[in-house]
Write a protein that binds this ligand. Sequence first.
Ligand code: BGC
Length: 920
Amino acid sequence: MKFQFTILIITLLAFSNSYSQNTKFDALSIHDVRVEYFENPEGIDAPRPRFSWILKGEGRNRFQSAYQIIVASSSEKLIKNEADVWDSGKVNSNHTNQIEYDGISLKSDSKYYWKVKIWDESNNTTEWSSPAHWSMGLLNFSNWKGLFIGHDVGYDKTDKYDSLYLPSARYLRKSFTLNKKLKKATAYTTALGLYELRLNGKKVGDDYFLPGWTDYNKRLYYQTFDITDRLQEGENVVGAVIADGWYAGYIGYALLVRLDKVREFYGVNPSFMGQIHIEYEDGSTEIIASDRSWKSNVGAIREADIIMGETYDARLENSGWDTPNYDDSGWENPKIYTYPNGELEAHPGTKVKNVEQLKPIEITEPSPGTYVFNLGKNIAGIAELKVKGPKGTKVQLRFGEILKSDGQIQTENLRKARATDTYILKGEGLETWQPKFTYHGFQYIEVTGYPGKPTLDAITGLVLSSIETDASTFNSSNTMNNTLFKNINTTQSANFFEIPTDCPQRDERLGWTGDAQIYMRSATYNSDVAAFMTKFLVDLDDAQRWYGAYPNFAPFPYSRPNQYAPAWMDVGIIIPYNMYKVYNDTRALDFMYEGMQKFMEFQEDASTDYLRPGGGNNWGDWLAVNEETSHDFIGSSFYGYDAKLMAEMAEALGKTKDAASYRNLFENIKKAFAKKYILANGRTTEDTQTTYALALYFDLYPDNLAKKGAARLAEKIEKNGYKFATGFLGTKHVMLALSKYGYNDISYKIFQQTEYPSWGYSVENGSTSIWERWNSYTKDDTENSDLNAKMNSFSHYAFGSVAEWMFQHAVGIDTEDSGYRNIIIKPAITREMDFIEGSYKSINGTIASAWNWKGNRVLMNIKIPVNTKAKVHIPTSVLSDIKEGNTSLSKNESIKILNSNEKETIVEVGSGTYVFSVRM
Ligand code: BGC
């Protein structure tokens, strides 16, 4: 370790010297200081939290040579640099992320304050970063004092399949008094079901769908809120509204296929549990915990189900119930529930929030009294209603992704998702309402029962998502492709909803694993999904089948034994691998390692002579058009890919023996695979686009035949008019494989294609999102009744997996090692496009790459963040044809020429901006 470290420093110094970096620049500045991927998180429970930051600074070849982190128990101490919790001292290292806390044991229910400073390449130190903090949650089971409390609403379910059972939400309240001066108050809360925490009349926090979805039999997440500013002297009221949610409500397609259970997969009655920790100025403390002394009732929310919708009868509001001076004598004492099995843990992921608000762009009235609001894009979320009218008026909202030819919303593709919200007016002035415990996938809202003619401001679309899609930009000379990029982001936002769902609208919304693994790398380009996926890894690990396979979706609430499939189950390898590759997150690998090994054993057992047959649920190259790839081919190719990734991951964890044995396994699979599936002329035995794409991309081709295989793939695509014959699995890999073997022009032709099947086809048909099927809809065939009544989502990210190619090849940003420390800039420059420009905010800062034609020259504009290096691939072998700025490359001292071959020149650069001009 020490030895490696010395090499690192020597390399760093050598790097700085080789670029004769004499100019004096301003000190570097420190940004995005984070703990466990979050800015100032409340209530984490990682015993050794990881720190990260991003550096910015002008000039070139800037880097960090050392850092120091200090942690204090109060902000006052931090200001005075009194590191009473931890002082890392000056650590000679260029690491800026995944740095583990290494001080004294962190205490439950405690807040910590920290900052970092760094030394740059010339050993100049920066100012301290602005102060940051985090708090630890309740770390021990014995810290919990709350009981799980709910309210008995009876149970009147009669018919399982043909009528819905939608019980009302429950309301819980507790009044308490503060007589002394408050210093600090923290709420730790959770629910079996969904909950909204209320304090003195207002919601606490800005999250939706708390506490999140887990396998509740194994673990339940809690939230931590700093509520110091929300309490007042005298009477205070804490309240909770709870509903069925994933715990007790309808989940997925259970009703559609008439499973034994259609709801109540984890429990029957929702309940709330929590406690408020109060610390007074005089040092005394108090805990207000959920217990028998709380009061419970029902109220205005009459129905609340994630996929069926919500009904709110404003006449039944217990007005003022969550504020002081309310008479709760008519309320009952709560019913006590138990939570026998599970762990209580801090939610490690990002929570669902309202990330955007949309004003409708149009209202139509396809039939008298039926108004259809168009939000302009296909989102996941809810609609806020504004209405004024007589008491008892019932306004109904239904949701659709597209319109039929008669202008009515199409709801057939929602299948068993009722997706209907109802609001009953109390008749007191302007009433504004939004549901709490349901969401829909929609662009259009049908409003009926509205008193009078609504105006545009009657509806606001609230986009709900667990992520922000702000990590990248993409712009090119092809406007269709630019729209495609937007559509991919819209669809990612709609489906990164607590878990990566397949779709947000129909009776599904499950964490389908094939979709998630195919899209994973694309997801990372569009959004910082590190925390979101950290949480999903727990879901995957919890849902792993006892025999080793990862299931079709996670969480996996159904009790069906054989629910796995080739390319779906491989999620357990592919997502952790990308967490490592993109975020340098070896902790994720550590967490998954045992399970991954078990999965590899499962595959070994299922294989004969290193070939893993299809097995399990066989969806194959799901939704492929015109060509079919055998499930056995898919099974074996993914097995090979898994072995390859396992070797790399084992290496990253320092498990060299395992790495060697997985490398060996990969070689054996490769040999067996070639023998069975690859002919002497380089063709695959099945000769489908997907077979070439997978085998080439996964490196399963024998070296001497790979070029022939790539040529055949190119030929097939050309013959097919530059159109796909692929489904979920093949599509992503076709262009990645073509570009890997130099067929960029063909990749661009597919990318720009507008005829069916292609992305352009959906864009030209007016889509604002990514469709599940290549032919989900056409302008001329709005009825499309057969298809639409079935499985036809307009918000499915799987085909959006082209984002990976867009960034790695069209824009040309990739990482050579893990975590974008050694960046690859390799844009696929082509006459097929006039320009492409893009950027990606990596864990080390923003990387940008743009290229455009200027006559017979190409200009490449590149930005490399501080503390990283990049290998830039310039598409000419003639050095004298390359200029950087106004200087010819050979005279440029800050740029190192690494290699020049017949196709390109590769140079190494440090941080800074560069403009290469290349004669072509
Ligand atoms: C889901 C898919 C999923 C597939 C498996 C569908 O119903 O929406 O995205 O991967 O089933 O076949």
